[in-house]
Design a protein around this ligand. Structure first.
Ligand code: GAP
Length: 460
């Protein structure tokens, strides 16, 4: 399996992902998605939205603000608890996450580190709104998209007339001031999440939790991840977030070069049972109760976040199951799983990204066999237009010989290359080359749209 270094090099070389603020030496924990990266990431998000919102009958969508009123994060418990233990080295003045630094590691100032006792470090990015920057107008950049869903629960419920169970899905940016961002886009300070808060009757939560774990695992497999590269991990009690009763993490083999197999896997998604914790905290007259016993009665909320159960004629606080996936980590997993180096013939190796066609940044490349023949070029441009009409991201390329053009497209995962040649001018057919088998088939231009559409499907 490919290691992270090869993916990082491919991403830079072919324009998937670049270091954020690279022009000025970079900004740690930020990455910019280039021409192909933005297409791939958009396709991952679309595949997620399609599977979790469009293909189900019990889901609604939302796009809430990134900037949050400080009170949201006060009553969610993030102000008090969303922190990592951190240590400082007294010699080199560097700061580390306590669980990620080896005290015997060499210090740049000589000897080993001289570490302080661990102290909590809040991971939220704070800012101020309006013209005066003071304590009275503090806002936070959201550390998870989830809170925007909880505070809109009543708005969505009232405007859609939903009955339990139903869910709200959201995709968007989240921000965490990670102490040690690392491993490319795996741990960063600005990232995207795809989250669902699925509201159920209390008592139905545990069964529903298991169903979501299965559904989410199947999504990765549907879009091309090999089952042997996915594992489920039940969080231990001491690992659970402050809001969770149980969490099953979906792990992917992000680090295949680590000698111990267990250490090769890390989290791409968490599926948590959040009980009624969040709605209880945010509801008018509710209360945040922390594990250490501290209580914060909610005297600021404006609405009750309850559900009226027509069967019992009672108002209640639903329980919540939350599948929470990182877009960047999922994108990385799809790339790693798709990467292959294949010996085409002796001494000739090709790099190919065998991405699911629905995820591929470019669906079709239209390539004229002769770039100095005006009729061939004009026909190729016409075919590109026809395919764009079906919404396929299609590119035209005549900047190299056909062999080189095929390899370029293989490396970025383009499932089909359409070649226009002299025969095309005579009988209106083209060659369609399959990325994975490299087999070529003659197809009539009139049938091309349908031929490609059939093979780009979402496996549903
Ligand atoms: N709302 C629940 C929640 O945010 P989480 O386990 O902290 O739970 C969910 O985050 C997912 O978001 C993770 O599984 C991961 O894919 C992604 N994620 C979290 N922190 C990240 C970071 N610093 N960089 C990249 N992705 C991150």
């Amino acid at each position: 399996m490919v290691d992270l270094d090869k993916i990082i090099s491919l991403c830079k070389r072919r324009g998937f992902i670049f270091q954020g603020s690279e022009q000025y030496g970079g900004l740690q924990g930020t990455w910019d998605y280039g021409p192909l990266g933005v297409e791939l990431k958009n396709n991952v998000k679309q595949a997620w939205w399609r599977y979790n919102v469009y293909e189900r009958d019990d889901m609604e969508g939302l796009d809430s603000s990134i900037l949050l009123n400080r009170l949201v994060l006060k009553y969610s418990g993030h102000e008090a608890t969303f922190s990592d233990p951190m240590v400082d080295c007294r010699k080199c003045k560097k700061r580390f996450r306590a669980d990620q630094v080896d005290p015997n590691e060499k210090c740049s100032e000589g000897g080993t580190h001289d570490l302080t006792e661990p102290r909590p470090f809040n991971l939220m990015f704070k800012t101020t709104y309006g013209p005066v920057a003071d304590e009275n107008n503090i806002a936070y950049l959201r550390p998870e998209t989830a809170q925007g869903i909880f505070i809109n629960f009543k708005n969505v419920l009232d405007s859609t007339n939903r009955k339990l169970p139903f869910g709200i899905a959201q995709i968007g940016k989240s921000f965490r001031n990670e102490i040690t961002p690392k491993n490319f886009i795996f741990r960063v300070r600005e990232f995207e999440q795809m989250e669902i808060e699925y509201f159920v009757m209390p008592g139905e939560d545990e069964k529903c939790h298991q169903e979501w774990v299965e559904a989410r695992k199947n999504w990765y497999i549907r879009y091309g991840i090999k089952p042997e590269n996915i594992r489920l991990y039940n969080q231990k009690k001491e690992e659970l977030a402050h809001y969770a009763k149980a969490t099953v993490d979906i792990h992917y083999r992000f680090f295949p070069d680590r000698p111990e197999e267990d250490k090769q896997f890390d989290e791409v998604e968490g599926v948590a049972n959040r009980t009624d914790f969040d709605l209880s905290c945010h509801t008018k007259g509710g209360k945040l109760v922390l594990a250490d016993g501290r209580e914060f009665p909610n005297t600021d909320a404006t609405n009750k976040l309850t559900y009226f159960d027509p069967k019992t004629n009672q108002h209640l606080l639903p329980y919540v199951i939350e599948p929470s996936c990182g877009v960047d980590r999922a994108t990385l997993a799809f790339m790693m799983d798709a990467y292959c180096e294949e010996e085409v013939k002796e001494g000739d190796t090709r790099v190919v990204l065998k991405l699911h066609p629905a995820l591929a940044p470019i669906k079709v490349a239209v390539l004229p066999l002769k770039k100095n023949n005006e009729d061939i070029k004009a026909t190729a441009h016409k075919i590109k237009k026809i395919l764009l009409g079906s919404g396929f991201r299609t590119v035209y390329d005549d900047t190299a010989g056909i062999g080189k053009l095929y390899r370029r497209q293989d490396e970025v995962g383009t499932p089909f290359c359409v070649t226009v040649d002299f025969q095309t001018l005579e009988d209106n057919t083209v060659t369609v080359r399959d990325r994975d088998t490299m087999a070529q088939e003659r197809v009539a231009i009139a049938d091309l749209k349908e031929y490609i559409a059939k093979r780009i499907g979402h496996n549903d």
